[in-house]
Structure formats: structure tokens, C-alpha cells
Design a protein around this ligand. Structure first.
Ligand code: SF4
Length: 370
């Protein structure tokens, strides 16, 4: 493993000094770092094995010259946030929920990030007070908004005081019942999950969910597990989201170990994302057929608790759709053929014909004629 660093590594020179990249890659990686933000926390840097050229943690966080190559279909805003942003900080794509982006910075910068053109130092770090007030007004005046998802940037980079203010403001909106927080912090900076931060996440009369972003079982260190336990023990349910990444978790053994590790820590796997078409990320994307094969492998080997939903964010801002393998086929007539977890195929009968409702029956209403 790499030597322990005291501070986050924020440029290729710091990565080289920590022994994570050779000197002869400095020039090309400086060019990557000039375009996309770099940051590895001490917890992440310590997880990397510098002697392994294919280390799955390094692949997620250490820049790569391949990031300078754009591929067909890649776009700066691959999931179409901008098209659904009515006011600064809000993305309103689905009827019952909005994203609220409080910050534009993260403790680490993932090389595959779908918001890589929008996050990082050099931009405004967080929503101004005036912009936050406008965003809260937008939510307040939309009674259909049942859930607010704090994302960004990583919202848990904020101080407990700033988080508490934001959550209290959301808590005062009657129709908002759920606050969901998307974060990588419990894994990449577990010391930030203090008692004060946990208290800040709890809002009287509302339910807070924390969704952990983790992609490899090695990320679930003792310190990360303890940070998650502080949240769950405080009554905050945890879910996970992972990104399917070539050379990181695109084999059934690694993906299965990740899902089991999450469940063992009381974190329900929620989404497995197909890699988004973010610029310069083709070397980390798998094919959709590969992902479907992996989902079949999980279905065949692991408890239902360990099954995430494999999803694709449709480019252009059309939202997420499940893209997992199908197990049900229409057979001749109205019946079906259903596949079991071992690949066996079984007939399932068509529904019984509906009995005609007797004349004058209470279940028949004249309104149904119209
Ligand atoms: S933590 Fe999330 S928002 Fe931040 S760089 Fe990683 S994927 Fe992007």
C-alpha cells in the first residue's frame, strides 16, 4: 500500500511525491489535471497499491492520459442536468423530487465523474445565500416535490452548521417528506462523519436517507465501516450507489463482494449505474451487455438483499431507466416463459378469463360506459 499522507493530494507533483505515479508520467498528467480536478484524500491514497499497475482504487482517482481523448457521444453534461435546471442549484427532472446542489466541490475527484465539467476548485464552491434562498423558494412553491436529493459536489463536505441550516430550511417545508443525501464522504473521509454532522442530518418530522457511493470492496475499510455505523446507529437508513467501471468492479467476484460488504454494514444496494458518457471516460466504461451479464451473475449467486438495480441515465436529460437483463418472455397465446436463477426456463400460464359481471352488479357502474 502507498505511504500515508497527511493532506489530500491535489496535483500530479503531489501524487509523484507520494509514490503513486512515476516521474515520466508527470507531463501528460499535468495536462489532464489542467482540464479536470484532482484530489485524493489520505484515506484513499493509503488504499492504493503503487506496485499494482491495475490497482482498482488508483484507476478511480489517479488521472490517466486517456482522459484527454473524447469519444463519440460523450458530452460535457451527459445526463442533461442543465436542461432541467429552472433556478441555480436545482435540477427538476421527475415530478416528485428535485436535486439540490449545495456545493460544487468534493473531497476526491473521481476520474469517471458525470459532473466532471461542473465540479472542482476554481468554480464557486457552494451556492450563495441568495441562490440558496431562491432554490428553497422554488421547492416551497411546488407542492408535488416530496423528496429533495442533496448532491453536487459532495454535500457532506459542508460543515455541520451549514448542513443543519439547509436541512432545517427543508424541514420547514410541509410537503417535503424525504431528504436524501448522496455522498462519498464515509468512505473517502470517514473522520468527517462526526456526531455533530450526524445530528445535523436529522430533521424533526422528516426522513433522511444517506446514499453511499462506493465501487470496490476495498473501499469498505474499518474506518469507513465505523463512519457508516455512526449514521445507521443514529437511525439514518443507508443505501448505496455504485458505478460499473472497467478494470475496477466489472467482474462478478468483485461486484458480489462489494454488494455483500455493503449489506453486512446495513447498507442496501440501490443503484448500479452504467457509466455515463462524460468526456474522456471511455476507458472506464463497460458495454451494457457486460453489465447485464454481471447482473445475471449476481442474481444467480447472491441474496436478494445484495441486488442493486442496474440503471442508465438516458443522455439528454430523459432520466434513469432500468437496463438489467429480462427474465420473462411472452410465449405463444397469453402465457409466458420465465427464466430461473440457474438459467432454467419454465412455462407460466396465461391469466384465467375474466368472468362477465352479472347484470345490475354493484361492480358495474354506468360511469364505466363513458
Ligand atoms: S464524489 Fe461524486 S460528484 Fe464528486 S467527483 Fe466523485 S462522482 Fe463526481
Amino acid at each position: 500500500m502507498a505511504r500515508q499522507t497527511a493532506a489530500s493530494l491535489r496535483d500530479p507533483a503531489a501524487l509523484q511525491a507520494a509514490g503513486l505515479i512515476p516521474r515520466d508520467r508527470l507531463g501528460e498528467l499535468e495536462r489532464v489535471a489542467a482540464r479536470y480536478a484532482v484530489s485524493l484524500t489520505p484515506d484513499v491514497a493509503a488504499l492504493i497499491d503503487p506496485s499494482d499497475p491495475h490497482d482498482p482504487i488508483a484507476r478511480q482517482f489517479v488521472p490517466d492520459a486517456a482522459e484527454l481523448r473524447m469519444h463519440d457521444g460523450e458530452a460535457p453534461d451527459p445526463i442533461g442536468d442543465d436542461a432541467h435546471s429552472p433556478v441555480e442549484g436545482i435540477v427538476h427532472r421527475y415530478p416528485d423530487r428535485v436535486l439540490l446542489k449545495l456545493v460544487h466541490v468534493c473531497p476526491v475527484y473521481c476520474r469517471f465523474c458525470f459532473r466532471r465539467e461542473m465540479v472542482g476548485p476554481g468554480r464557486r464552491q457552494s451556492l450563495s445565500r441568495a441562490a440558496l434562498a431562491t432554490a428553497l423558494d422554488y421547492i416551497r412553491t411546488r407542492p408535488a416535490v416530496w423528496e429533495v436529493i442533496l448532491t453536487g459536489g459532495d454535500p457532506l463536505i459542508l460543515s455541520p452548521r451549514r448542513l443543519r441550516e439547509a436541512l432545517r430550511a427543508l424541514g420547514a417545508i410541509e410537503h417535503v417528506k424525504i431528504v436524501r443525501v448522496h455522498t462519498r464522504v464515509p468512505v473517502v473521509a470517514p473522520d468527517r462523519v462526526t456526531d455533530a454532522l450526524v445530528r445535523a442530518l436529522k430533521v424533526e418530522g422528516k426522513s433522511t436517507y444517506v446514499v453511499l457511493h462506493a465501487n470496490h470492496p476495498r473501499e469498505l475499510t474499518e474506518r469507513a465501516r465505523a463512519a457508516c455505523a455512526r449514521l445507521v446507529d443514529a437511525g439514518i437508513p443507508m443505501l448505496s450507489q455504485s458505478v460499473l467501471l472497467r478494470g475496477v468492479n466489472d467482474d462478478a467476484e468483485t461486484l458480489g463482494a462489494l454488494m455483500r460488504g455493503l449489506v453486512e454494514n446495513r447498507i442496501k444496494p440501490y443503484y448500479l449505474h452504467h457509466g455515463d458518457l462524460a468526456p474522456g471516460t471511455a476507458h472506464l466504461r463497460t458495454g451494457i451487455a457486460d453489465g447485464q451479464g454481471l447482473m445475471r451473475a449476481l442474481h444467480g449467486r447472491l441474496s436478494g438483499l445484495c441486488q442493486p438495480t442496474y440503471v442508465l441515465d438516458i443522455p439528454g436529460g430523459h432520466g434513469k431507466s432500468p437496463i438489467g437483463p429480462g427474465y420473462l418472455e411472452q410465449a405463444e397465446g397469453d402465457g409466458y416463459v420465465i427464466e430461473d436463477f440457474r438459467g432454467g426456463r419454465h412455462a407460466y400460464p396465461p391469466p384465467a378469463p375474466r368472468a362477465a359481471a352479472p347484470c345490475g352488479s354493484a361492480i358495474y357502474s354506468a360511469d364505466q360506459d363513458h
